[in-house]
Design a protein around this ligand. Sequence first.
Ligand SMILES: NC(=O)c1ccc[n+]([C@@H]2O[C@H](COP(=O)([O-])OP(=O)(O)OC[C@H]3O[C@@H](n4cnc5c(N)ncnc54)[C@H](O)[C@@H]3O)[C@@H](O)[C@H]2O)c1
Length: 355
Amino acid sequence: MYKLEIRSSLKPYGLELTNNYNKNLRTIYSKGDLILIDTKIFITYGLPKFINKLSIIKISPNESKKEYLYIVKIISHILKKKFSKRNKIICIGGGILQDICSFISLILFRGIEWIFFPTTLLSQADSCIGGKISINFNEYKNQIGNYNPPNWIYVDMNFLSTLNKNQFYSGIGEIMHFYFVSSKKDFLMMRQNFNLLLNRDKKTLFKIISRCLEIKKRFIEIDEFDKGIRNLLNYGHTFGHAIESVTNYTIPHGIAVAHGMNIANFISYKYGYLSKNNFNDMQSLLSIIYSCKYPKKFNQNKFMKFLLKDKKTIKNELNVILSKKLGKMFVKKQKLNRRFIKIINKYFCIYFNFS
Ligand SMILES: NC(=O)c1ccc[n+]([C@@H]2O[C@H](COP(=O)([O-])OP(=O)(O)OC[C@H]3O[C@@H](n4cnc5c(N)ncnc54)[C@H](O)[C@@H]3O)[C@@H](O)[C@H]2O)c1
């Protein structure tokens, strides 16, 4: 059994890769606990009989379910149940259910325990550790949040067999950034395993997921609250979030991040930081993921507006992560000046085929 413990100033927690959803659920479930479950998981995998039906809340995840006002509705629903501070929430789903559950667990009764069973590649290999909470507000993504890791995480890779192609590729898009930011050695390992990964080969999934978690652990244990080195893990995300917002979330998160990394690399190349060879190496993998879903139409002005709204943007100055080479990303304060806008426009012209 694979186990990983995370050092956190908030609470020590950890993860088990056990592939035994039902058994783990039986071990940790107590009467009175609340189950927040993705409706699709409930329909496909069900819940064991010992779970009290009245304690189940089903959610069909989309970005509108991460809206602050929707979460307020869930809280008022929970408060009508016999649920107290002594009980815990068990969350079964992907990144959206995670964000909802970690937010509610943080603020309800000044904090309650929660256990996470991640069901998507993105949540198993990335978001389940690190403790970040991100909630949407009006049309702006991830504007409200804090940190509240689960008390424990059970990863069952069997869930991944039912993800559709877009969702699976989204997970790959998200986890690629760990391999690019970590080192050339990690990038080569991912490239060597890429075809097997696309085919969901079990041994490869284990190798890729466990390595992702180890890379992320390295960053979050040094910089839990994103004040320094952890910022590098936002590589591709500022542009990715803007793409998600402009396309009204029709592009899955990780696929938008793959587009975002390619944009960051294009800018790095145009500014002379990144060699053409390194740009091509990364693009050869990224393009497999981002070509799986292109926006049907794209409003570049709106894209710029959302970049300015990114929570890391201060006074017209973006905080972007650019690249010097594999394993050498850096933070750049970037004004939205004419040169930068011209590079972005050129990118869309070449890669999105919109002029
Ligand atoms: N808090 C964090 O640290 C963090 C980090 C990265 C991303 N996120 C957030 O996570 C969200 C994206 O999450 P996600 O990509 O994990 O998925 P998701 O929760 O958005 O779910 C995506 C789709 O997959 C379905 N699904 C989930 N598990 C399934 C399974 N095993 N089989 C079949 N279908 C399944 C869901 O019903 C849904 O339709 C975004 O909102 C993003 O902002 C949060």
